[in-house]
Ligand binder design. Structure first.
Ligand SMILES: [Zn+2]
Ligand SMILES: [Zn+2]
Length: 329
Protein backbone atom coordinates (compact mmCIF):
# COMPACT_ATOMS: atom_id res chain seq x y z
CA UNK A 1 0.00 0.00 0.00
CA UNK A 2 1.52 3.31 -0.96
CA UNK A 3 0.54 6.58 0.59
CA UNK A 4 1.80 10.01 -0.28
CA UNK A 5 2.25 11.96 2.88
CA UNK A 6 2.84 15.59 3.30
CA UNK A 7 2.75 17.92 6.22
CA UNK A 8 0.20 20.68 6.12
CA UNK A 9 -0.95 23.35 8.50
CA UNK A 10 -4.53 23.19 9.57
CA UNK A 11 -6.50 26.25 10.51
CA UNK A 12 -5.79 26.22 14.22
CA UNK A 13 -2.04 26.01 13.67
CA UNK A 14 -1.68 22.28 14.34
CA UNK A 15 0.34 20.17 11.98
CA UNK A 16 -1.37 17.15 10.55
CA UNK A 17 -0.26 14.32 8.32
CA UNK A 18 -2.23 14.46 5.12
CA UNK A 19 -2.52 11.41 2.92
CA UNK A 20 -3.66 12.24 -0.58
CA UNK A 21 -3.18 8.98 -2.42
CA UNK A 22 -4.44 6.26 -0.15
CA UNK A 23 -4.46 3.16 -2.31
CA UNK A 24 -7.67 1.15 -2.54
CA UNK A 25 -6.95 -2.46 -1.64
CA UNK A 26 -9.73 -5.00 -2.22
CA UNK A 27 -10.65 -7.30 0.66
CA UNK A 28 -12.56 -10.56 0.93
CA UNK A 29 -15.50 -10.73 3.35
CA UNK A 30 -14.38 -11.66 6.90
CA UNK A 31 -13.44 -15.33 7.28
CA UNK A 32 -16.28 -15.68 9.79
CA UNK A 33 -19.00 -14.76 7.24
CA UNK A 34 -21.27 -17.31 5.61
CA UNK A 35 -22.49 -15.31 2.62
CA UNK A 36 -25.09 -17.96 1.72
CA UNK A 37 -26.82 -17.68 5.09
CA UNK A 38 -29.33 -14.83 5.15
CA UNK A 39 -30.17 -13.25 8.50
CA UNK A 40 -33.95 -12.98 8.15
CA UNK A 41 -34.21 -11.21 11.49
CA UNK A 42 -32.51 -8.19 9.85
CA UNK A 43 -33.50 -8.74 6.22
CA UNK A 44 -37.28 -8.85 6.91
CA UNK A 45 -37.59 -5.45 8.68
CA UNK A 46 -35.06 -3.77 6.37
CA UNK A 47 -36.86 -4.89 3.20
CA UNK A 48 -40.35 -4.50 4.75
CA UNK A 49 -39.83 -0.94 6.00
CA UNK A 50 -38.17 0.12 2.72
CA UNK A 51 -41.24 -1.14 0.84
CA UNK A 52 -43.74 0.44 3.25
CA UNK A 53 -41.87 3.77 3.08
CA UNK A 54 -42.81 3.91 -0.62
CA UNK A 55 -46.30 4.91 0.62
CA UNK A 56 -44.76 8.40 0.86
CA UNK A 57 -45.27 8.61 -2.92
CA UNK A 58 -49.05 8.26 -2.46
CA UNK A 59 -50.52 11.81 -2.29
CA UNK A 60 -53.04 10.78 0.43
CA UNK A 61 -50.18 10.42 2.94
CA UNK A 62 -48.53 13.76 2.15
CA UNK A 63 -48.57 16.78 4.42
CA UNK A 64 -45.97 19.49 5.02
CA UNK A 65 -46.36 19.04 8.78
CA UNK A 66 -45.34 15.39 8.45
CA UNK A 67 -42.34 16.30 6.27
CA UNK A 68 -41.17 18.85 8.86
CA UNK A 69 -41.70 16.32 11.67
CA UNK A 70 -39.65 13.82 9.65
CA UNK A 71 -36.75 16.29 9.20
CA UNK A 72 -36.67 17.15 12.91
CA UNK A 73 -36.99 13.45 13.83
CA UNK A 74 -34.01 12.57 11.61
CA UNK A 75 -31.83 14.81 13.77
CA UNK A 76 -33.33 13.72 17.13
CA UNK A 77 -33.10 9.98 16.47
CA UNK A 78 -29.75 10.51 14.73
CA UNK A 79 -28.50 11.87 18.07
CA UNK A 80 -29.65 8.63 19.69
CA UNK A 81 -27.13 6.84 17.49
CA UNK A 82 -24.28 9.39 17.34
CA UNK A 83 -24.43 10.67 20.92
CA UNK A 84 -26.01 7.63 22.57
CA UNK A 85 -24.73 4.44 20.98
CA UNK A 86 -21.55 5.90 19.48
CA UNK A 87 -19.88 8.51 21.68
CA UNK A 88 -21.46 7.64 25.04
CA UNK A 89 -21.57 3.84 24.92
CA UNK A 90 -18.99 2.70 22.35
CA UNK A 91 -16.26 5.27 23.10
CA UNK A 92 -17.07 6.54 26.62
CA UNK A 93 -16.23 10.06 25.43
CA UNK A 94 -18.40 11.70 28.09
CA UNK A 95 -20.55 10.89 31.06
CA UNK A 96 -24.21 11.79 31.57
CA UNK A 97 -26.76 10.76 34.23
CA UNK A 98 -27.93 7.15 33.80
CA UNK A 99 -31.53 8.17 33.05
CA UNK A 100 -30.30 10.36 30.20
CA UNK A 101 -27.94 7.68 28.88
CA UNK A 102 -30.81 5.18 28.85
CA UNK A 103 -33.00 7.82 27.19
CA UNK A 104 -30.49 8.21 24.35
CA UNK A 105 -30.36 4.41 24.02
CA UNK A 106 -34.18 4.35 23.75
CA UNK A 107 -34.02 6.95 20.95
CA UNK A 108 -31.40 4.78 19.26
CA UNK A 109 -33.74 1.79 19.59
CA UNK A 110 -36.37 3.89 17.79
CA UNK A 111 -33.92 4.00 14.87
CA UNK A 112 -34.11 0.20 14.71
CA UNK A 113 -30.35 -0.26 14.68
CA UNK A 114 -29.96 -3.24 16.98
CA UNK A 115 -29.38 -3.50 20.73
CA UNK A 116 -26.78 -1.31 22.49
CA UNK A 117 -24.47 -4.28 23.21
CA UNK A 118 -24.49 -5.58 19.61
CA UNK A 119 -24.11 -2.11 18.08
CA UNK A 120 -21.19 -1.31 20.39
CA UNK A 121 -19.48 -4.69 19.80
CA UNK A 122 -19.73 -4.30 16.00
CA UNK A 123 -18.41 -0.76 16.21
CA UNK A 124 -15.49 -1.60 18.48
CA UNK A 125 -14.56 -4.44 16.10
CA UNK A 126 -14.67 -1.91 13.26
CA UNK A 127 -12.15 0.30 15.08
CA UNK A 128 -9.84 -2.58 15.98
CA UNK A 129 -9.80 -4.17 12.49
CA UNK A 130 -10.64 -1.08 10.46
CA UNK A 131 -10.40 -1.81 6.71
CA UNK A 132 -8.73 -5.13 7.41
CA UNK A 133 -10.40 -8.42 6.61
CA UNK A 134 -12.00 -8.89 10.04
CA UNK A 135 -13.65 -5.45 9.93
CA UNK A 136 -17.39 -6.34 9.93
CA UNK A 137 -18.22 -3.69 7.30
CA UNK A 138 -15.29 -2.45 5.26
CA UNK A 139 -16.12 -0.98 1.81
CA UNK A 140 -12.83 -2.53 0.65
CA UNK A 141 -15.03 -5.63 0.12
CA UNK A 142 -17.66 -3.72 -1.90
CA UNK A 143 -19.68 -0.56 -1.36
CA UNK A 144 -22.89 -2.60 -1.01
CA UNK A 145 -21.24 -4.89 1.54
CA UNK A 146 -20.31 -1.98 3.81
CA UNK A 147 -23.59 -0.14 3.28
CA UNK A 148 -26.01 -2.91 4.26
CA UNK A 149 -25.10 -6.38 2.96
CA UNK A 150 -22.97 -7.07 6.05
CA UNK A 151 -26.14 -6.78 8.16
CA UNK A 152 -27.97 -9.36 6.10
CA UNK A 153 -25.35 -12.14 6.05
CA UNK A 154 -24.47 -14.40 8.96
CA UNK A 155 -21.16 -13.51 10.60
CA UNK A 156 -20.23 -15.80 13.50
CA UNK A 157 -17.94 -13.06 14.86
CA UNK A 158 -20.72 -10.50 15.24
CA UNK A 159 -23.33 -13.09 16.29
CA UNK A 160 -21.27 -14.98 18.87
CA UNK A 161 -21.96 -14.58 22.56
CA UNK A 162 -18.24 -14.83 23.33
CA UNK A 163 -17.47 -11.83 21.13
CA UNK A 164 -20.38 -9.92 22.61
CA UNK A 165 -18.92 -10.54 26.06
CA UNK A 166 -15.44 -9.64 24.81
CA UNK A 167 -16.31 -6.34 23.11
CA UNK A 168 -19.37 -5.20 25.08
CA UNK A 169 -18.79 -6.52 28.60
CA UNK A 170 -19.18 -3.05 30.14
CA UNK A 171 -22.49 -2.50 28.32
CA UNK A 172 -23.89 -5.87 29.42
CA UNK A 173 -23.06 -5.06 33.06
CA UNK A 174 -25.87 -2.49 32.93
CA UNK A 175 -29.12 -4.37 33.77
CA UNK A 176 -31.15 -2.18 31.39
CA UNK A 177 -28.92 -2.98 28.40
CA UNK A 178 -28.78 -6.65 29.42
CA UNK A 179 -32.59 -6.67 29.44
CA UNK A 180 -32.59 -5.15 25.94
CA UNK A 181 -30.24 -7.96 24.90
CA UNK A 182 -32.21 -10.80 26.47
CA UNK A 183 -35.76 -9.74 25.68
CA UNK A 184 -37.58 -8.24 22.73
CA UNK A 185 -38.15 -4.86 24.37
CA UNK A 186 -36.10 -2.91 21.83
CA UNK A 187 -38.26 -3.80 18.80
CA UNK A 188 -41.24 -3.27 21.12
CA UNK A 189 -39.96 0.26 21.87
CA UNK A 190 -39.84 0.82 18.08
CA UNK A 191 -43.42 -0.42 17.60
CA UNK A 192 -44.72 1.65 20.52
CA UNK A 193 -43.07 4.85 19.28
CA UNK A 194 -44.61 4.17 15.84
CA UNK A 195 -48.06 3.87 17.44
CA UNK A 196 -47.40 7.10 19.37
CA UNK A 197 -46.70 8.97 16.12
CA UNK A 198 -49.97 7.68 14.66
CA UNK A 199 -51.99 8.55 17.79
CA UNK A 200 -50.55 12.09 18.01
CA UNK A 201 -51.20 12.61 14.28
CA UNK A 202 -54.73 11.25 14.70
CA UNK A 203 -55.40 13.66 17.58
CA UNK A 204 -54.07 16.66 15.65
CA UNK A 205 -56.14 15.65 12.60
CA UNK A 206 -59.30 15.35 14.68
CA UNK A 207 -58.61 18.71 16.32
CA UNK A 208 -58.19 20.36 12.91
CA UNK A 209 -61.01 18.71 10.96
CA UNK A 210 -63.42 17.33 13.54
CA UNK A 211 -63.87 14.21 11.39
CA UNK A 212 -62.50 10.70 11.80
CA UNK A 213 -61.54 10.67 8.10
CA UNK A 214 -59.38 13.77 8.64
CA UNK A 215 -57.94 12.25 11.82
CA UNK A 216 -57.07 9.01 10.03
CA UNK A 217 -55.36 10.86 7.17
CA UNK A 218 -53.30 12.96 9.59
CA UNK A 219 -52.32 9.96 11.76
CA UNK A 220 -51.34 7.85 8.74
CA UNK A 221 -49.39 10.72 7.22
CA UNK A 222 -47.38 11.30 10.41
CA UNK A 223 -46.71 7.55 10.67
CA UNK A 224 -45.55 7.18 7.06
CA UNK A 225 -43.27 10.24 7.07
CA UNK A 226 -42.27 10.50 10.73
CA UNK A 227 -41.64 6.79 11.29
CA UNK A 228 -41.23 4.81 8.05
CA UNK A 229 -39.49 7.36 5.83
CA UNK A 230 -37.44 8.67 8.75
CA UNK A 231 -36.28 5.15 9.71
CA UNK A 232 -35.13 4.53 6.13
CA UNK A 233 -33.31 7.88 5.97
CA UNK A 234 -31.65 7.29 9.38
CA UNK A 235 -30.54 3.84 8.24
CA UNK A 236 -28.93 5.16 5.07
CA UNK A 237 -27.30 8.03 6.95
CA UNK A 238 -25.71 5.66 9.50
CA UNK A 239 -24.82 3.15 6.78
CA UNK A 240 -23.16 5.97 4.80
CA UNK A 241 -20.76 6.51 7.71
CA UNK A 242 -19.66 2.89 7.18
CA UNK A 243 -19.57 3.06 3.38
CA UNK A 244 -19.13 6.60 1.95
CA UNK A 245 -16.80 7.93 4.65
CA UNK A 246 -14.41 5.04 4.08
CA UNK A 247 -14.31 5.81 0.35
CA UNK A 248 -14.94 9.45 -0.52
CA UNK A 249 -13.69 12.68 1.03
CA UNK A 250 -10.46 14.19 2.28
CA UNK A 251 -8.08 13.12 5.01
CA UNK A 252 -6.63 15.31 7.75
CA UNK A 253 -4.75 12.41 9.31
CA UNK A 254 -2.82 9.45 7.95
CA UNK A 255 -4.73 6.80 9.85
CA UNK A 256 -4.12 3.12 9.11
CA UNK A 257 -7.56 2.81 7.48
CA UNK A 258 -9.24 4.54 4.56
CA UNK A 259 -11.47 6.81 6.67
CA UNK A 260 -12.43 10.13 5.09
CA UNK A 261 -14.03 13.42 6.05
CA UNK A 262 -17.18 13.72 3.96
CA UNK A 263 -19.16 16.97 4.22
CA UNK A 264 -22.39 15.48 2.85
CA UNK A 265 -22.45 12.73 5.48
CA UNK A 266 -21.32 15.30 8.09
CA UNK A 267 -24.42 17.35 7.28
CA UNK A 268 -26.95 14.53 7.63
CA UNK A 269 -25.23 12.38 10.26
CA UNK A 270 -25.19 15.13 12.95
CA UNK A 271 -21.40 15.43 12.61
CA UNK A 272 -20.41 11.79 12.15
CA UNK A 273 -19.26 12.41 8.57
CA UNK A 274 -15.92 13.84 9.79
CA UNK A 275 -14.92 10.23 10.07
CA UNK A 276 -11.17 10.53 9.43
CA UNK A 277 -10.98 12.92 12.40
CA UNK A 278 -12.85 10.31 14.43
CA UNK A 279 -10.55 7.43 13.45
CA UNK A 280 -7.52 9.59 14.27
CA UNK A 281 -8.86 10.28 17.76
CA UNK A 282 -11.71 7.86 18.61
CA UNK A 283 -11.83 8.77 22.30
CA UNK A 284 -12.72 12.39 21.61
CA UNK A 285 -16.29 13.59 22.15
CA UNK A 286 -15.77 16.00 19.24
CA UNK A 287 -14.85 15.49 15.59
CA UNK A 288 -14.77 19.25 14.99
CA UNK A 289 -11.11 19.77 14.05
CA UNK A 290 -11.19 22.42 11.30
CA UNK A 291 -13.52 25.40 11.50
CA UNK A 292 -15.93 24.14 8.83
CA UNK A 293 -16.15 20.60 10.22
CA UNK A 294 -19.26 21.45 12.20
CA UNK A 295 -20.19 18.70 14.63
CA UNK A 296 -23.81 19.02 15.70
CA UNK A 297 -23.48 16.16 18.18
CA UNK A 298 -20.65 18.00 19.93
CA UNK A 299 -22.77 21.19 20.05
CA UNK A 300 -25.43 19.19 21.91
CA UNK A 301 -22.75 17.71 24.20
CA UNK A 302 -21.50 21.23 25.02
CA UNK A 303 -25.10 22.26 25.71
CA UNK A 304 -25.56 19.31 28.07
CA UNK A 305 -22.28 20.17 29.79
CA UNK A 306 -23.41 23.78 30.11
CA UNK A 307 -26.52 22.78 32.05
CA UNK A 308 -24.65 20.22 34.18
CA UNK A 309 -26.00 17.13 32.40
CA UNK A 310 -22.62 16.03 30.95
CA UNK A 311 -19.15 15.83 32.48
CA UNK A 312 -15.74 14.22 31.84
CA UNK A 313 -16.14 15.28 28.20
CA UNK A 314 -13.01 14.18 26.31
CA UNK A 315 -11.80 17.01 24.09
CA UNK A 316 -9.87 16.39 20.82
CA UNK A 317 -6.23 15.32 21.22
CA UNK A 318 -4.77 18.70 20.16
CA UNK A 319 -6.81 20.39 22.90
CA UNK A 320 -5.85 17.71 25.46
CA UNK A 321 -2.15 18.21 24.71
CA UNK A 322 -2.54 22.01 24.88
CA UNK A 323 -4.10 21.65 28.37
CA UNK A 324 -1.26 19.28 29.41
CA UNK A 325 1.37 21.68 28.10
CA UNK A 326 -0.08 24.68 29.95
CA UNK A 327 -0.33 22.56 33.14
CA UNK A 328 3.35 21.64 32.83
CA UNK A 329 4.46 25.26 32.44
ZN1 LIG B 1 -14.90 3.89 10.31
ZN1 LIG C 1 -16.29 5.14 16.55
Amino acid sequence: MSTTLEKSKVSNGRTANVSKNYEYHPLEVPTTVDRKRLLWIYAAPIVGIHLLALLAFVPYFFSWTSVIVMLVSIEIYGLGISLGYHRLLAHKSLKVPKWLEHGFAMFAACSLQDTPAKWVANHRMHHIFSDEREDPHSPMVTFIWSHFEWLLKYNSATRSLTNLQKYSRDILEDPFYMKMEKTQIWPLIYVLHGIAYFVVGYGIGYWNTGTSAGALQSGSSLFVWGVLVRTVVNWHVTWSVNSLTHLFGYRNYDTTDNSRNNWLVGLFAVGEGWHNNHHADPASASVWHRWWEVDLTYIVIRGLKGVGLAWDVIEPRHKRSAVRQSANQ
